[in-house]
Design a protein around this ligand. Structure first.
Ligand SMILES: Cc1cc2nc3c(=O)[nH]c(=O)nc-3n(C[C@H](O)[C@H](O)[C@H](O)COP(=O)(O)OP(=O)(O)OC[C@H]3O[C@@H](n4cnc5c(N)ncnc54)[C@H](O)[C@@H]3O)c2cc1C
Length: 288
C-alpha cells in the first residue's frame, strides 16, 4: 500500500531481487485459460527464507520468452510452495500454459506494496473483486481465515463473466465456515445458475456497509474498480478506507517509461496496492 509518506517498495526493474529457480509441483486448471501453479524453490535456503505479504507479486521468467508480473495467490504462512494463478493472454503467459509438473521457471520477487492488513485489524472488510482480480486477494482470505478474530464482519463479493469462470469454487465453503460472507455474481447466467446476475458494483446496494467501520478492498478490471469506488464513496466510505490493487501492463518496471503511470505514481514502483485517497486526484471517479 502506498501513502504519501511511505517508504518505496522494491520494484522489478530495479533488479532488487535476484532470480531463483523454482519447480512446478502442483498444477490446477481453474477456469478456461487460467491455471494455478504451485512453485517450490530449488534452493533449500531460498525455500526456507522466502516470505511475502498478501498483495505482492513475483516476476515469473521463462527463458526464451521473458518475464511477467504475477500476483502470489497462496497462503502467506505456507511459503514452502507458493502459488500463482495465471491467465494465458500473451507471450509469457501462453508459454506458462505449456508448463507441466516438474518444469522449472525463474522467479524474482516478491515485489510491490501489500494490502495493509495489520492496519485494518478491528475493521469490517468489504472485498469486491472480479475475474482475475481474485488471485491477489486470495492471500488476504487465507490471512483472515488464519486470524479471523482480528477482523469484524468480512464480506467477499466476487464476480465473473459466467458461472464456469468463477475461480477457487472449492474454497468457498472453507471461507464461509470461517465466518466470511461469500457472495458471487455473474454477468451472464446459464441453465445451471440460480444466483445473482449483474456486475459487481451493481450489487453494492444489497449489502449494509457501515462507512465508519468498513474498509473496501478491490481488484479486477479497471472499469469495475472505478464503479466499485464510486459505489463505496456513495455510501460515504472515506477515500482513505478504500484500497485498490491495479494490474496495468508494466513495461520498464522501474517507474520511468510511464506505461503504468497514474499521476505521479507508477504501479511498478509504488503499487500495485494503493490507498485510494492518494490516487483520487488522478483517477477519474467522481464523488457522489
Ligand atoms: C502487479 C501485477 C500483478 C499481476 N498479477 C497477475 C496474476 O496474478 N495473474 C495473471 O494472469 N496476470 C497478472 N498480471 C498481468 C500480467 O502481468 C500481464 O497480463 C502480462 O503482460 C502477461 O504477459 P504476457 O507476455 O503473457 O502478455 P503480453 O504479451 O505482455 O500481452 C498480451 C496482451 O495482453 C494485454 N495485456 C497484458 N497485460 C495487461 C494488463 N495488465 N492489462 C490489460 N491488458 C494487458 C496486452 O496489451 C496484449 O494485448 C499482473 C500484472 C501486474 C502489473
Amino acid at each position: 500500500m502506498v501513502t504519501l509518506d511511505m517508504p518505496q517498495v522494491a520494484s522489478p526493474g530495479e533488479q532488487a531481487r535476484p532470480l531463483n529457480w523454482a519447480r512446478v509441483v502442483s498444477l490446477e486448471p481453474e477456469i478456461p485459460d487460467v491455471s494455478t501453479y504451485g512453485l517450490r524453490f530449488e534452493d533449500p535456503a531460498i525455500r526456507s527464507s522466502y516470505a511475502f505479504e498478501p498483495g505482492q507479486f513475483n516476476m515469473i521468467y521463462l527463458p526464451g520468452f521473458g518475464e511477467a508480473a504475477i500476483s502470489i495467490s497462496s497462503d502467506p504462512r505456507e511459503t514452502a510452495t507458493i502459488s500463482h494463478t495465471v491467465r494465458f493472454v500473451g507471450n509469457v503467459t501462453r508459454a506458462i500454459s505449456r508448463l507441466q509438473l516438474g518444469s522449472v521457471v525463474g522467479v524474482r520477487g516478491p515485489f510491490g506494496s501489500a494490502w495493509p492488513l495489520a492496519q485494518l485489524e478491528g475493521k469490517d472488510l468489504f472485498i469486491a473483486c472480479g475475474g482475475i482480480g481474485l488471485p491477489p486477494l486470495r492471500p488476504v482470505l487465507h490471512h483472515i481465515v488464519n486470524h479471523r478474530e482480528r477482523f469484524g464482519k468480512v464480506t467477499l463479493l466476487y464476480g465473473a463473466r459466467s458461472p464456469t469462470e468463477l475461480m477457487y469454487v472449492k474454497e468457498y465453503d472453507r471461507w464461509r465456515e470461517s465466518g466470511i460472507q461469500v457472495e458471487t455474481t455473474v454477468d451472464r447466467a446459464d441453465a445451471s445458475w440460480d444466483g445473482r446476475v449483474g456486475v459487481v458494483p451493481m450489487w453494492f446496494y444489497h449489502f449494509r456497509i457501515d462507512p465508519r467501520t468498513t474498509a473496501v478492498l478491490t481488484c479486477g478490471p479497471e472499469i469495475m474498480i472505478r464503479f466499485v469506488i464510486f459505489e463505496a464513496l456513495a455510501r460515504r466510505v472515506p477515500a482513505e478506507s478504500i484500497y485498490v490493487s491495479l494490474e496495468r501492463n508494466m513495461k520498464c518496471g522501474q517507474g520511468s517509461c510511464g506505461h503504468c503511470q497514474i499521476g505521479p505514481y507508477f504501479i511498478c514502483r509504488d503499487g500495485p496496492v494503493f490507498q485510494f485517497d492518494t490516487l483520487q486526484p488522478f483517477f477519474n471517479v467522481e464523488e457522489y
